[in-house]
Structure formats: structure tokens, C-alpha cells
Design a protein around this ligand. Structure first.
Ligand code: AMO
Length: 430
């Protein structure tokens, strides 16, 4: 008999239903009390005219505290003035768990709260329909990712998160103690997904945590993020860019189609990007920035300001390709005829980097040289390098930040909004 608030329609007039949820709001007008009951699907009005409900139910409704968990059995009535055009006249209200007062946070959003306060009391903040919506959409995004990549022939894998080496540069590693050895939390499944190409899987993907000891407190950096990674054999950077743009496009299509309700809660109308995404080279991006007054010395990473200027001009989803080899990690494959440039790319949304990837170096000697040229020691990459000596196919791949994708798609101002319990420079709790 239990129904969700969203399933109650005016056509159900006269029907008896049971609802579970939280007391969102109480309006006491003396002889008439309104309770708003909220469940995971929405809000419905419980109307208690003194004359039409039992004395005991009426008394209970008057003293119940907001955010208490209740079960309501009642009759559906058409009521144009109520949210959704329906109300419930209760026959019984049972308090399953009474909430304390005062509340640490307003769920009704009548009182705006700072992000920090919201995150401190995240369980309460997550009760807000707007915040719920983000995570319902996040679920769809990850569902689409798994479905899309599986349909493309990729298999889902899980690689270790306790590792012995850095992959994306040694400075932002979290060291941990692993019995008598030093170990780290993994920054990226990079080495393992490449080794799986030597294992012959050809197409793998992973959705898993990455850990980065970012010192900076920015609106786009987390210390623990979810990365969507692929690796694919017998293809190059163009091959995996093609998969990436089709995947992102499909995510938008599915969210627009299947999450309309949640987009409405967020008051967002999603614009589906057109395929193919525009591609500009690093040199072109550098020129745009220079024209707008931001000079970047060739070889350096594009600064946030430079990316903002490029984003202003290009806008939306686009690739920046052909990065200087020196600006990319050791595993990026240089062009044969211009080794100072690599077969690498970033996927951008306006000024925000969503993903980076590349064709990889699959040749052992070249890889050892590349590791050395970055000032790293080939000895610390033993298990990785071994996989390149006995038949490693050419391959390419990318990593896509789940939170950044969701942040940019939904226009969230802070990446923390897209994480249930974010980890940042100052936040380890909750
Ligand atoms: P990269 O370091 O660019 O590449 O990471 C890939 C994507 O992961 C997301 N990301 C982050 N999101 C939030 N907070 C962070 N601190 C953070 N760090 C990374 C971003 C970024 O674009 N091994 C390569 C991928 C590859 O070549 O396959 C890598 O890790 O969205």
C-alpha cells in the first residue's frame, strides 16, 4: 500500500494510501494544520481540518517536530491549491522517530547556508530536494557510462588503490604505511590499465577513486575524486577522443531524457552538445590567450586565466590537442615527425578540464628514455616496464573526472557539490 509522493495523482481521489517520509514543514492555522511530507520523490501536503480528522491525529500533528520520520495513512483528495494538485486527509499518523530541535540546518532552503555549514551537516543538507537531484543525476551519469562502454566492448576492471609508485608526478601523493613498506594511495589507474593492454583485454574501463594531495583549495579540486578511465589497444589518440565525445554526448542525452524531474528540481534545462566537439591545438589555444593578453611560454601548461580566455572564445565542450611533450606525463606518445609535440588531448568545458588522455608510448626503449627525461627512475617502474617487453600493443586512453563532468553539466559553482562527502585540504569529516 506504500506509495511515493510523486505517484499520487488527482485521479486517485478517494483512494487510501500509505506514505513514509519526513515532516518537511508544519503550518498551524489553529483549526487547520498543514503538514508537508517529504520522501525521496518529492513533497505532498497532509491536510488536517479539525472537524474531519480524529482528535488524537490532530493533537499529534500540532506538536510534531520538523524532520521527524512519520508514516501516514490517509485518503487522497483533489486540491488545486496544494502542490501537485492533491492532498491527503490522514486517518493515522505514526511517528517512527522524532527529530531533535533546533535543526542544525534548514532543509526548506528558506534560510540560505554557506557550503561549509552544509557540508558539516551533510546528511541534513542531502535531504534538500535540490541536493538530492544532483545525486540522482550522478547515478544516471555513471549508469550511462557503464552501459555505453559495455556496449562498445569494454569490460569493467578494478585496479589497486594501494600502490607503490606515482603516475602523475610525485608531488601530490598521499603516503601511507603498508606494514614495513612505504606505499601511496593511487593517483590514477594509469599504470595498471596500460599493463592490462599487455594482458590482452584490448578494451577496459574503471570507475574508481583517485587520490591527489592537492594543497590548493579551489572550487575544482578534490583530494579524493572518482575517475572514469578507459584504455584501448590498436588505436590512437583520435580513436579514444571519438569514444570520449560520444560518451559525453550520450550522458547529456540520457540525463535530459531520464532525469527531467531532477533537472526541474535544479531549475536547469540541459542543452545537448553537438557532435563532433570542436578541436583546437595547444598552439591555437596559446594564440587565442596571447591575443587576449595572456602570454604562455611555449611548453608550459595553460594557466587558469589563459583557459578562461580560450573558454570565452570557444565555449562549451571542446578538445585542446597536441600538447608539448614536456608538459605531459612520461607515457604520452610524441608525434614521429615532431617529437616535441605529443599525441595528447584535454577535454574542456568552457575553462574547466574534464578529461585528459593520449596515445601511449608502447615501445620499451622509448618509454625508459621518456621516464628518465622526466627525472624519474625506471627502477621504480619495474612491474610496469616488464609488461612492455613481451608484446605490448599500441594503445591509448583517457581519464574523465566524474565530479567535474557533473559540475560542468549542471552548472554547479563548486565541485564539492557533486560529492556526497568531499575531501579537501581542510575537510576530513564527515
Ligand atoms: P589527469 O591527472 O588529467 O589525467 O586526471 C584526469 C581527470 O581527473 C579529474 N581530476 C580531478 N578532479 C577533481 N579533483 C582533482 N584533484 C582531480 N585530479 C584529476 C579531472 C582530470 O581531467 N592518467 C591520466 C589520464 C589518462 O591519460 O588516461 C590522468 O590521471 O577531470
Amino acid at each position: 500500500m506504500r506509495v511515493y509522493t510523486a505517484d499520487i495523482k488527482p485521479e486517485m481521489e478517494g483512494q487510501k494510501v500509505k506514505l513514509y517520509g519526513w515532516v518537511h514543514e508544519i503550518r498551524d492555522l489553529g483549526g487547520l494544520v498543514f503538514l508537508l511530507l517529504r520522501d525521496r520523490e518529492g513533497i505532498v501536503q497532509i491536510t488536517l481540518p479539525r472537524k474531519f480528522v480524529s482528535k488524537q491525529v490532530f493533537k499529534l500533528a500540532k506538536k510534531i517536530r520538523r524532520e521527524s520520520v512519520i508514516a501516514v495513512v490517509g485518503e487522497v483528495r483533489r486540491e488545486e491549491k496544494a502542490p501537485g494538485g492533491v492532498e491527503i486527509i490522514p486517518e493515522s499518523i505514526e511517528v517512527l522517530n522524532e527529530a531533535d530541535a533546533p535543526l542544525p540546518l534548514e532543509v526548506t532552503e528558506k534560510v540560505p547556508a554557506e557550503l561549509d555549514t552544509r557540508l558539516d551537516h551533510r546528511f541534513m543538507d542531502l535531504r534538500r530536494p535540490r541536493v538530492q537531484a544532483i545525486f540522482r543525476i550522478r547515478h544516471q551519469v555513471l549508469q550511462t557510462v557503464r552501459e555505453f562502454l559495455s556496449n562498445e566492448g569494454f569490460i569493467e576492471v578494478h585496479t589497486p588503490k594501494i600502490v607503490s609508485t606515482a603516475t602523475e608526478g610525485g608531488t601530490d601523493l598521499f603516503p601511507i604505511s603498508y606494514f614495513e613498506k612505504e606505499a601511496f594511495l593511487n593517483q590514477s589507474p594509469q599504470l595498471y590499465k596500460q599493463v592490462l593492454m599487455a594482458a590482452g583485454f584490448e578494451k577496459v574501463f574503471e570507475v574508481g577513486p583517485i587520490f591527489r594531495a592537492e594543497e590548493h583549495n579551489t572550487t575544482r579540486h578534490l583530494n579524493e575524486a572518482i575517475s572514469i578511465d578507459i584504455e584501448m589497444s590498436f588505436t590512437d589518440h583520435n580513436g579514444v577522443m571519438d569514444i570520449l565525445e560520444r560518451l559525453v554526448h550520450k550522458v547529456y542525452v540520457d540525463v535530459a531524457e531520464k532525469c527531467e524531474r531532477y533537472l526541474n528540481w535544479l531549475e536547469i534545462s540541459l542543452e545537448i552538445p553537438e557532435l563532433p566537439f570542436q578541436r583546437i591545438t595547444y598552439d591555437e589555444a596559446r594564440e587565442i590567450a596571447a591575443r587576449k593578453g595572456e602570454e604562455i611560454p611555449w611548453g608550459e601548461d595553460l594557466s587558469t586565466n589563459a583557459l578562461k580566455l580560450v573558454g570565452e572564445e570557444i565555449g562549451g565542450l571542446y578538445f585542446i590537442t597536441d600538447w608539448p611533450t614536456e608538459s605531459k606525463p612520461f607515457y604520452a606518445m610524441p608525434y614521429e615527425d615532431r617529437p616535441e609535440i605529443s599525441k595528447s588531448f584535454d577535454l574542456m568545458h568552457d575553462w574547466l578540464e574534464l578529461s585528459s588522455g593520449a596515445q601511449r608510448i608502447h615501445l620499451y626503449d622509448m618509454l625508459v628514455e621518456s621516464i628518465k627525461s622526466k627525472g624519474l627512475e625506471p627502477e621504480s617502474f619495474g612491474f610496469y616496464l616488464e609488461a612492455f617487453r613481451y608484446g605490448m600493443p599500441p594503445h591509448a586512453g583517457w581519464g574523465l573526472g566524474a565530479e567535474r563532468l557533473i559540475m560542468s553539466m549542471l552548472g554547479l559553482k563548486n565541485v564539492r557539490e557533486a560529492v556526497l562527502f568531499p575531501r579537501d585540504r581542510h575537510r576530513l569529516v564527515p
